[in-house]
Design a protein around this ligand. Structure first.
Ligand code: DX5
Ligand code: ZN
Length: 229
């Protein structure tokens, strides 16, 4: 079964890095086998935590060579996406639950020449994305409740990934499926097997003894167990 699992696109999350040495973390990502850098912006309103904002994203954007994957856990994202695009975001993801005019949000991001993603919380059914699925470059399936790194992967997410993959196949939709929260060496293969394309990994990468090596292992899924979640 292992040989059927494809290599993931890997997006380590800066949220778990040492904030006193962000430059080091960015360099590590650029020199590693990681594909993107994932950046978690939190506003203390949509989620019960505040992380970093525009100024940090701008500074990182100046030195990062790899694509920047910006995950906005904020209310009224339409007020800020232009600035995030200017700061160097390659993909901007907004939350379904924060966007009463989601179609408009997606168009706004695309008009800026940036890839558009929509994230869904663990309790939000994937079917709600059907009306916009063909417009999306990315669907981010949250596998923890957003707001904090280091939480436990919610097992039911695997069913949602399978459902989403099916919906996308039926509609011939091309979006990438990204899974975010509690992802690590112990469950990455299982998540890929369910139909994911992109894995976000925060504490499992930056909290590990050797982040470079952990990235390498996550990229070579053929050697990982497929059970344990
Ligand atoms: C959670 C964030 C995640 C977080 C993942 O709200 O969206 O991207 O950084 O962290 P880990 O991998 O530690 O669960
Ligand atoms: Zn995230």
């Amino acid at each position: 079964m292992n040989d059927m699992i494809k290599e993931p696109l890997l997006a380590p999350s800066l949220l778990a890095a040492d904030f006193l040495h962000l430059n080091k973390a960015v360099k590590l990502i650029d020199e590693s086998e990681a594909d993107w850098l994932h950046m978690d912006v939190m506003d203390g309103r949509f989620v019960p935590n505040i992380s970093f904002g525009m100024m940090v994203v701008e500074q990182v954007g100046k030195v990062l060579e790899k694509p920047m994957d910006v995950h906005l856990m904020i209310e009224e994202p339409e007020k800020y996406v232009t600035q995030f695009a200017k700061a160097g975001a390659d993909t901007i993801t907004v939350h379904y639950e924060a966007c009463p005019h989601l179609h408009r949000n997606i168009q706004q991001i695309k008009d800026l020449g940036v890839k558009a993603g929509v994230a869904i919380n663990p309790h939000t059914p994937v079917a709600l994305l059907e009306p916009v699925i063909e417009d999306l470059d990315l669907v981010l399936v949250m596998s923890v409740n957003p707001g904090f790194g280091g939480q436990k992967f919610i097992f039911e997410t695997l069913y949602k990934i399978r459902q989403l993959r099916q919906i996308m196949q039926d509609r011939n939709a091309k979006a990438l499926i990204e899974v975010d929260g509690g992802v690590g060496l112990q469950n990455a293969a299982k998540i890929m097997e369910a139909g994911a394309d992109v894995l976000v990994a925060g504490s499992s990468v930056f909290g590990s003894e050797d982040p470079m090596e952990t990235i390498k292992k996550l990229k070579s899924l053929g050697n990982l167990p497929v059970y344990e979640v």
